[in-house]
Write a protein that binds this ligand. Structure first.
Ligand code: SAH
Length: 250
């Protein structure tokens, strides 16, 4: 691999868990962001927070590619489950991305990104297949290691790994009405978050492979805020670190 692998997290707790795996990280500032350069299982890596929302995410992706020369990007974070059966504690690996709040109609069809002639962008097939394989394994093994109390508190008895469409927009979706509207407009969508599709568009522009995995933290409904910090600390960060570790070890 000619250049480093970027390990991107959406939130501080997750990045801290990933940085905890690196023996030698050194920080470098750019564009108001802290980039952590180091190694993990012999791979050159750059860890960074994406920032929340599509603009912050696109800027981070561009800096990783232009300034740090990354050759592939792996993104871990949390998301709200949309499709029936995508539950808290499940994991979604993105095959495709779409900006659910992109709407230049009637000039362009709803959701189409002007200038691209398309609404969806693809994840890299090879990197995503590998990410799915390790996510599946982590899901089978990790909940037991988190302990009974955590498993019961969040209902992690039989977590599943889903693959498909991930949708992004500049909105934390936290009402039942809003998630129902998203499901109606985009019946294929598995989960909603705020950064993935922005990374996908930038990676498409530069021809850089991207893979994204999201732990489901909420159902994007009226209960979406419940226990978020605890879930992040005790479940999502552990999933992210274990998945990244397994991905680079393999
Ligand atoms: N409470 C957090 C902020 C969370 S913002 C804090 O204090 O930092 C939401 C983050 O989680 C974003 O990165 C987004 O990608 C993801 N996310 C999780 N559930 C979501 C939902 N229901 N709608 C939109 N984004 C969600």
């Amino acid at each position: 691999m000619a250049g480093p692998t970027a390990l991107v997290s959406a939130l501080h707790e997750e990045l801290a868990a990933v940085l905890g795996l690196m023996p030698d990280e050194q920080q470098q500032m750019s564009g108001g962001r802290t980039f952590w350069r180091g190694h993990l299982h012999g791979h050159d890596v750059v860890g960074v927070l994406s920032g929340i929302g599509k603009v912050a995410a696109a800027t981070t992706a561009t800096a990783l590619i232009e300034r740090f020369g990354v050759q592939r990007i792996v993104f871990t974070g949390v998301a709200g489950g949309l499709a029936p059966g995508v539950r808290v504690g499940d994991v979604v690996v993105a095959r495709q991305f779409l900006q659910h709040d992109m709407d230049a109609s009637p000039i362009f069809p709803r959701h189409e990104v002007p200038g691209y002639g398309r609404a969806t962008f693809d994840a890299d097939a090879t990197l995503t297949a590998h990410l799915t394989q390790v996510s599946d394994k982590v899901l089978r093994e990790l909940p037991a290691a988190l302990g009974n109390e955590v498993v019961h508190a969040f209902g992690l008895q039989s977590p599943r790994c889903h693959q498909g469409l991930l949708v992004s927009g500049d909105r934390f979706v936290s009402t039942t009405a809003e998630s129902a509207a998203l499901r109606a407009a985009l019946p294929e969508a598995l989960a909603v978050e705020m950064e993935g599709a922005a990374f996908a568009q930038v990676c498409h522009d530069y021809g850089i492979p991207l893979a994204v995995v999201r732990t489901i933290s909420d159902r994007a409904d009226d209960a979406a805020h419940v226990d978020f910090p605890r879930f992040l600390r005790e479940v999502a960060s552990r999933y992210s670190a274990a998945i990244v570790e397994a991905l680079l070890r393999g």
